[in-house]
Write a protein that binds this ligand. Structure first.
Ligand code: COA
Length: 179
């Protein structure tokens, strides 16, 4: 998909196993940039080691239950990515055909520039194509910017769930929107 946005342009495409190494680097870096200030060094290190490595992302990119969408800039570098997962939803998501927006990350230089909106539009198209009627996600209670963005996209808080970072059980808001 070509972006309607100004220079430099980006495209959104499906991830393939060949994207595993740059995706692992990008995911770990963005997670660190976003959350390091609010977590201990130990919890961050433990979480990063458990969630990001070329082999982990390669397995995700081969997983038929996961859809990975990459936003790639004109130089071929990752500018953002999203992952949809056909997963069991928590009880506060009382719907028949939900799909989880498992991860949604935009690189700092691209934040506030419309890329996130376009990536979300593509997420919605893929979710609908997969037969989903609702989209849900978990977002840390302290991640105000992401919550504001999701509200702009029509999500509403429907409950909470625990997400463990390292050894720290954190409270996520569960947010939901219809498709
Ligand atoms: C969350 C994310 C995808 C949103 O994309 P974005 O391009 O930053 O989103 P936008 O700028 O369009 O919207 C963010 C909104 O947050 C609000 N906002 C901006 N800065 C903020 C801040 N420091 N604190 C609280 N709210 C803030 C504004 O209302 C803004 O909307 P507006 O400018 O239209 O008023 C992106 O910031 C990101 O990837 N962050 C790092 C990773 C992350 O947190 N991912 C989500 C994990 S659940």
């Amino acid at each position: 998909m070509n972006s309607a946005h100004a220079v430099p342009a980006f495209v959104i495409r499906r991830g393939t196993p060949a994207d595993a190494a740059p995706l692992a680097e990008f995911g770990a870096r963005t997670f660190r940039e976003t959350f390091a200030a609010d977590n201990t060094v130990e919890d961050m290190a433990k979480h990063l080691a458990s969630a990001w490595s070329p082999s982990l992302q390669e397995a995700e990119l081969r997983d038929p239950l996961l859809d990975t969408l990459l936003a790639v800039d004109s130089g071929g570098a990752l500018a953002g990515f999203a992952q949809l997962r056909a997963a069991h939803a928590p009880a506060c998501v009382p719907t028949r055909k939900p799909i989880e927006l498992k991860r949604f990350y935009v690189d700092r230089p691209w934040q506030g520039r419309g890329l996130a909106r376009e990536l979300m539009a593509e997420v919605e198209r893929v979710a609908r194509r997969n037969g989903a009627r609702e989209l849900w996600l978990g977002v840390w209670e302290r991640n105000q910017r992401a919550q504001a963005f999701y509200r702009k996209c029509g999500f509403e808080k429907v409950g909470t769930q625990i997400f463990v970072v390292g050894d720290d059980p954190q409270t996520d808001h569960v947010m939901l929107r219809s498709l």
